[in-house]
Structure formats: C-alpha cells, structure tokens
Design a binder for this molecule. Structure first.
Ligand code: NDP
Ligand code: 8X3
Length: 257
C-alpha cells in the first residue's frame, strides 16, 4: 500500500516538464495514471517507462486541450475503468513570446489564451460533474508566479495565468459544499521546455533564462503537487507559491557571474 494506491490521477500536458514529472511521481506513489498531450510518441515512451519502473496502471491519449469538441468527446469516451478521476492536474500550458504588448503577435496571444485559459476550462468542465456526483475529488491547477505579478513584456502570458488564479478561486467558491478540493500551485522559474517553447525554439535564448541561477526542476513541482494531493479529504491547500531560492519575485533573480 503506497500513498496513492487506488487513486486515479489525470495529468494534462504529460509529454514534458512538470506534467511528465507529475505523471512519474504519481505512478511511483501507486496511483493509476491517465495522461494526455499532443505528442503521442512522447506519451507512449513515458507509458512504457512508468509500467516498467513502477508496474503502473497507465492510460495515455493524445489530446489538444484547445479543441473544445475533442476534449468533450475524448473524455466522455474514456473506458469505464478510467471514468472516475480522483485528481485532476490541470498542467497543460505554454507561453509564446516576450515582447512589449504593442509589438505582440496576435497568434501568440490566441495560443496562450486558448491553451492556458480555455483548455483548462474545457477539461475541467468535462471532469468536475463526476467529482461533484461522487462528492469527492481534487483539482490542482498549475498557475504561476505570473498569475500573481505582471512582468514587462509578458502581459498576455501573465493575463492568462491571472485568469487561472481567478478560475481556481471561482472553482473553490462554486464547489463549496461538494467535497471537492481545489488548489493552485504557482511555480517561479522551472527548467523545462517552457522557455524553448516561449522563444519558438531559440534554444540559446531559452537557456539564457537560467543563466547564473539555479532554477527549479519539474520534479520539485511534482513533489509539491503530490503532497497537496495527499492531504486528507477535509484539508484544502488553497494555494502554494514555489520559487527557486535565487528568485525573490517575478523580476528579481539573483544571478552569479
Ligand atoms: P513544457 O513545455 O515542458 O510542458 C508543457 C506541456 O503542456 C507539454 O507536455 C505540452 O505537450 C503540453 N501542452 C501544451 N499545449 C497543449 C495543448 N494544446 N494540448 C495539450 N497539451 C498541451 O513546460 P512546463 O512543464 O514548464 O509547463 C507546464 C505548466 O507549468 C504550464 O501551464 C506553464 O504555464 C506552467 N508553469 C511553468 C513554469 C516554468 O518556469 N517552466 C513556471 C510556472 C508555471 P504537447 O506539446 O505534447 O502537447
Ligand atoms: C512561468 C514562470 O516567470 O517565466 O510561468 O512567467 S515565468
């Protein structure tokens, strides 16, 4: 018997970074792991790993959370034994660009809002009714320090993460009395594929994000997610801000020469 035995977790955006680390941490803790992302080959490789390393019960499927109809159809069509989701980790998300608002690419804004805000809403809308009916469940949203502080050149991404903060608070209000726990975990700088995606594949620029400082890893955040998920049913960790020691705010990062 381990921490998560018998519990089913659904991690969105499990093909990389924080989501991949969460799927791994939950599998290691004995959970049944349902996971999605767009890159199917990545999910297939992770499935093999989780089965081999932890003898985990895993079900992976490709899903673009921006696609409203697909989200509804794919989640409604899950096999019976995967219908009752205990823990939803709303992690799928991305940033695009780091430029002044007046120079921003509208396609970048659309992608961030469609993924970080609308995608999270679509997935939650499909899963919450089951949790309410069973009178138990836990939604853990991956927010960001960017949902608490706006930084220069990041307004659209920050706005999408402020929206996640609002949605977490709104879920907690609307689900009050249902027995469903609602949490947000808000990381600072985490070294994943996030910056490479933000800079449209410019790896040198992505790497410079972490110059001279020690960022968090996806595993650091996964540990926090697992701990939050393991609290008893009457306890709700409403929010958690997790920063690297070198980061004091969205804009103040100590860098060694
Ligand atoms: P990664 O780029 O490493 O991972 C992002 C994950 O989201 C990938 O698995 C990607 O999979 C998935 N994803 C992106 N778009 C979609 C989509 N439309 N449909 C389904 N899945 C999607 O970045 P992180 O792990 O760092 O990011 C995870 C979350 O953490 C995001 O919400 C991000 O905003 C948040 N965050 C990250 C921080 C950081 O510094 N790294 C700090 C604070 C918050 P695929 O491309 O295969 O679809
Ligand atoms: C990701 C962290 O500081 O790049 O949400 O916005 S930051």
């Amino acid at each position: 018997m381990t921490l998560m035995t018998g519990r089913t977790v659904f991690v969105t955006g499990a093909s990389s970074g924080i989501g991949q680390a969460c799927a791994t941490a939950f599998a290691a803790a004995g959970a049944r792991v349902l996971m999605c992302a767009r890159r199917r080959a990545r999910l297939e490789a992770l499935t093999v790993q989780l089965r081999q390393n932890f003898d985990a019960d895993v079900f992976a499927f490709d899903l673009d959370v921006q696609n409203r109809q697909n989200v509804a159809d794919v989640i409604a069509g899950l096999p019976d034994e995967w219908q009752d989701i205990d823990i939803l980790v709303n992690n799928a998300g991305l940033s695009r660009g780091l430029v002044p608002l007046q120079e921003g690419l509208i396609d970048d804004w659309e992608e961030m809002i469609d993924t970080n805000v609308k995608g999270l809403l679509y997935v939650s809308r499909s899963i919450l009714p089951g949790m309410v009916e069973r009178r138990s469940g836990h939604v853990i949203n991956i927010g960001s320090i960017a949902g608490r502080e706006v930084y220069p050149n990041g307004a659209a991404y920050c706005a999408s993460k402020y929206a996640v903060t609002a949605l977490t608070k709104g879920m907690r209000l609307d689900l009050n009395g249902s027995g469903v726990q609602v949490s947000t975990i808000d990381p600072g700088l985490v070294n994943t594929e996030f910056s490479s995606v933000r800079f449209h594949g410019d790896q040198a620029r992505a790497d410079s994000t972490y110059n001279g400082m020690t960022p968090l890893s996806g595993e650091d955040i996964a540990e926090a997610v697992l701990w939050v998920a393991a609290r008893p049913a009457h306890v709700n960790i409403a929010e958690m801000l997790v920063l690297p020691v070198d980061q004091a705010s969205a804009t103040l990062v100590h860098r060694r020469p």
